[in-house]
Design a binder for this molecule. Sequence first.
Ligand SMILES: [Zn+2]
Ligand SMILES: [Zn+2]
Length: 255
Amino acid sequence: MYRVTLPLLRSAGPIAAPIPLTEDQARTKLSKGEFLLHGAALVFDHSAARELMLGLARNLEEVGLVAMSPIRSALEGDRLIPEELLGHVADGDYPSLAARAEEQALDPALLWTLAQSALKPTLRVWCGELAPLVHTAGEWEKACCFICGAPASLGELQGNEQAKHLRCGQCGADWLIRRLQCIYCGNEDTSLLGILYPEGRRENVRVEVCDKCHGYLKVVARFAPCSPEELAVEDLSTLYLDCLAQGRGYRRPQR
Ligand SMILES: [Zn+2]
Ligand SMILES: [Zn+2]
């Protein structure tokens, strides 16, 4: 899937207008605990959004994803409104998108994945524009992204000092957090925090678990941070860590 979608996503032009947020507005939002895109009016370019979703759908259909065929034809026949679907993804509103899919007998999970992929380049552009407006260190220690609200996909221990950062797989955002604390429930009791190391695998990866809320986070030690595109690959290439943690009863909160 990544082989046929990444080239298109990398060369995609903007499909939405910039988010008009001033530095003051951005700081106020963060101090209220709101992620920056929360409640923002998203203005999509209908034909650019339609072209990108269609391009992705056609490429996936060509490599044998036959379930994409009815979605592609619904987009071609203008029976789906791309900007509406992208808005649902930006809001993390799966039920609304699934309702649209089901009206037309389309696979909801596949339609969600398609719209989510199409939104990623735009989220990365918004992240590049919005992240410099705020200082997150000490201001944002949540497990969800301060730009787009998606759950962090990975933890990264960066640089010589191995500072712990969270990374968002949707928009690529990067924020510093405290090391000895559960990112989900704030638990600081070290007797309830643990680390799982996979046997016989890369030495720079591990899973941090919390016995209070049973959440887990995959953590990768890297000298330089992953690029936004590498994040998805890193997440997929460490699926064995998800198996390890889920096999012991821990879970990864979903949006
Ligand atoms: Zn994000
Ligand atoms: Zn916890």
